[in-house]
Each structure stands twice: as C-alpha cells, then as structure tokens.
Design a protein around this ligand. Structure first.
Ligand code: CP
Length: 309
C-alpha cells in the first residue's frame, strides 16, 4: 500500500493497521533525512500549510512547523491568543479566511472535542488533528508507538501501561487505539477518579496499584495531571498523588527488571515522575520528541500526495 486509507488525520480510530505501517515506513525514510548534514527535501515545494493553534503547545507546534519546513512546504502560523478570534470571529470564518490564501493542509489544535471532524466537513483542505480537547492526539500516539518500535523492535505483543490522568488525556485515548491496532496489550493505572468509566469497553484493564502495574509492563507511558481541565478536586492533594502514582528510581530499582519510560510532555518534575527517572537511560522522552518530526513529516507527506496539483 502506498496511500493512506483516510483523507484527513482526525484520529487514530479512523486508521487501519496498514496506515500505521505506511506512516512508519515513510517516517523511517524521513528520520534518515533529518540526520543528514542537509536535513531538507524539496518534496512539498508546491504545498502551503497553516498551523492553527487555539490551545497552548510547545512540542507539537514546533515539531509540525519543523516537519513542514524540512519538506520545503510554505508555512503560516496562527495563534488564537493573538488573532481576531479575540474579537469574536468564528472558527469557520477564521479558517475560510486562511484558506482564501490558498492553503492546502490545516494542522489544528483546539480545546473542543471533534473540532477537526467539524472542520473537515466545512472546508476544502486536508485536516490534521494536533489535539482536540480530551479526545485524540493522533500524531502523539503515532510518534509514541514509533519510539517503542525503535527501542524494542516491535509493538506487537508488548505490554504498555499508561499511568496518570487518563480521564482528561487525549494522548491516552489515541495511544490505546494505536497500540491495540498494532497488537500490544494496554493497561491504565491511576486514581479511580481519573479513569473513565468506558475504559473496559475499549478492552483496557485497570490496575490501581502502581507497583503491580510496573511489574506487569514492558513500557510505562507517564502522563501529567491536567489541572487546567479540572473544575473539581479528583484526589486529596498533589503530595498524596505523588506518593501513590509518582514514578521514582526506588520503585524502578525494586522491579528486578528494566522497563522503558515515556512521557509526552510537558513534564511536572517531582509530581508524576522524578527528574532522575525522566533523565535516566531507561527514559526515551527526548527520542519521542526527535521521532515526532519524522513521523509528522510522514503524515504530512502522505496526505499531500492526495492534494490536487
Ligand atoms: N505532547 C504535547 O502535545 O506537548 P505540547 O502540548 O507542548 O504540544
């Protein structure tokens, strides 16, 4: 297969295993490109991409922009906080004005669940979801799986535990879909108040004891508590959260085996993970960031092949 089965990247739930294989094979090529002295290819010289960020971002925004520039696309950046959205302009009006400037692909992060799907039905451009509220963050899940594949050789058959605030995490949901599509086994671990009730319907088991969860897994993907999405208290205190669900070197030393440590960022050091673990040889956190550029180049390149020129 040399083409994606989808017209947009709105969520992992719309992908087939063959799409993930194609994205990873393409990313392998681009990873080699970005490690050359000249890190750029002319593939998308005739493509224009708009990065629309209605929510804050460091990694995703910079990674998409770099991926687009490495492919030689023309890039425009939009940040809602500095835009006419502040004067009451709607999402559709904002995007249609940007598309009037002949944009082919829109990368969008938005706080509303389904914002990417909505946009894909109303505008004539390829849409890439860079995170929609608590729903999906497909490129994060792709780069996470790509990093596991790179570290362990394969995702199939591996045991992955996602630790932390599962309820508010688009990274968790996209990871669950992506890992299961590739034949991995997934558990979640966190306070019961931060585990969604529908989780068992996804074929995901819950383990509330961190030590048992870590003993079971090959990989722990550690998530931040998303205080900004909480309007009530979900656990008594940050101190108690860290005591029960924080990953430190002592817990890992007592496992009697090595596990791979991941985190999508941003990290709250000393809360969900200690600095010595985040910066250890078992951590692939910065590999995830590096791989994000190659994986996003692959996604953009593959969707751009469908743009009529
Ligand atoms: N992982 C991630 O989405 O980070 P940013 O919010 O900084 O983009």
């Amino acid at each position: 297969m040399s083409e994606l089965s989808v017209e947009h990247l709105l969520g992992i739930k719309y992908l087939k295993p063959s799409d993930i294989d194609l994205i990873f094979k393409t990313a392998d090529h681009f990873k080699e490109v970005i490690n050359r002295p000249i890190k750029k290819v002319p593939s998308l010289r005739d493509i224009t991409i708009a990065n629309l960020f209605f929510e804050n971002s460091t990694r995703t925004k910079l990674s998409f922009e770099l991926a687009e520039k490495r492919l030689s696309a023309d890039v425009i950046n939009f940040s809602a906080s500095q835009s006419s959205v502040k004067k009451g302009e709607t999402l559709i009006d904002t995007v249609n004005n940007i598309l009037a400037m002949k944009v082919d692909i829109v990368v969008m992060r938005h706080s509303n669940v389904g914002a990417g799907v909505f946009l894909s039905k109303h505008v004539d451009a390829k849409i890439i979801n860079a995170g929609d509220g608590t729903h999906e963050h497909p490129t994060q899940a792709l780069l996470d799986s790509y990093s596991i594949r790179e570290k362990l050789g394969n995702v199939k058959g591996k045991k992955i535990v996602i630790v932390g605030d599962i309820l508010h995490s688009r990274v968790a949901l996209s990871n669950i879909f992506a890992l299961q599509l590739q034949g991995a086994e997934v558990k979640v671990c966190g306070p019961t108040t931060l585990i969604p009730k529908y989780i068992s319907s996804l074929g995901v088991k819950v383990e509330t004891n961190l030590k048992k969860a870590l003993e079971w897994c090959d990989v722990a993907n550690v998530l931040r508590v998303q205080h900004e999405r909480m309007d009530i208290k979900y656990f008594p205190s940050t101190r108690e959260y860290t005591q029960l669900f924080g990953i430190n070197q002592e817990i890992l030393d007592n496992l009697g085996k090595k596990i791979v440590i991941m985190h999508p960022g941003p990290i709250n050091r000393g809360v969900e993970i200690t600095s010595d673990v985040a910066d250890s040889n078992d951590s692939i956190i910065l590999n995830q960031v590096e791989n994000g550029v190659a994986v996003r180049m692959a996604v953009i390149y593959l969707l751009a092949q469908q743009v009529k020129r």
